[in-house]
Design a protein around this ligand. Structure first.
Ligand code: ZN
Length: 233
């Protein structure tokens, strides 16, 4: 596409770069912005005409808020979403890794208890994953974060590529690990987020009116649409 000035925006950028990109987009200097959902909270640009999702959002709530950035000037606008199984699986994995289950927690805890000699030990993530099995890197890092928060271990990543970490102390007196880590509340959050993702998938698959689906999700009624892809087809 020639003649389109595009920029990009994500949460890992320095704040001055993000601020400049945001103001360039609002002033119209940039006519297209490729962004993660870090962009847009509180941004009120009236003339956004098209919002494209390259993958599915994590919930209907997020989707509704994100497409709501288009058409604030009252003009007809478009929302397009690309859905593929890679993106869906990515979302499922992110969810699974963010809310680790009891078995994974026990597996890692037992491994650390068994392996640490003396007051501290250095662990290599790749070797650990091979030894423990059925865990992956994001899940181990999340578990270590929870272990740290709840006083089960004290660990820090070592300088470098983040695949080595030091465990300084481990609380071997923990009898009910799941209870100590409050894993039941993590599980509740996991179920709630999983249900939201399932609703999002249902929205993708529906052959009925999409506007009606969204408003029904929020408990509201809807009359005539005739502009969503399902109503047109
Ligand atoms: Zn419709």
């Amino acid at each position: 596409m020639q003649g389109i000035t595009a920029g990009f925006y994500h949460g890992g950028q320095a704040s001055d770069i993000r601020e400049r990109t945001q103001s360039d987009f609002i002033s119209g200097k940039l006519s297209c912005l490729v962004a993660t959902n870090a962009f847009g909270m509180g941004v009120d640009k009236p003339d956004v005409g098209l919002v494209i999702h390259e993958s599915i959002p994590e919930s209907i709530e997020n989707y509704y808020q994100e497409v709501g950035r288009a058409g604030r000037d009252g003009r007809l606008c478009k929302a397009v979403m690309y859905v593929n199984w890679h993106g869906v699986n990515l979302r499922k994995n992110m969810l699974d890794n963010s809310y680790p289950d009891k078995d994974s927690a026990n597996r890692l805890y037992n491994y650390l208890c068994k392996s640490i000699k003396g007051d501290s030990g250095i662990f290599d993530l790749k070797a650990l994953l091979l030894d423990v099995g059925e865990l992956n890197q994001p899940k181990v890092l999340k578990l270590l974060e929870i272990f740290n928060q709840e006083g089960v271990v004290s660990s820090q990543p070592q300088a470098g590529d983040g695949t080595k970490f030091t465990v300084n102390a481990i609380n071997k007196a923990v009898i009910f690990l799941a209870r100590k880590l409050k894993l039941a509340s993590y599980h509740k959050l996991f179920i709630s987020k999983r249900d939201k993702l399932l609703s999002m998938l249902e929205f993708c698959r529906t052959e009925s009116c999409r506007q009606k689906f969204i408003l029904g999700y929020f408990g509201e009624k809807f009359g005539q649409c005739e502009i969503c892809d399902n109503c047109i087809n």
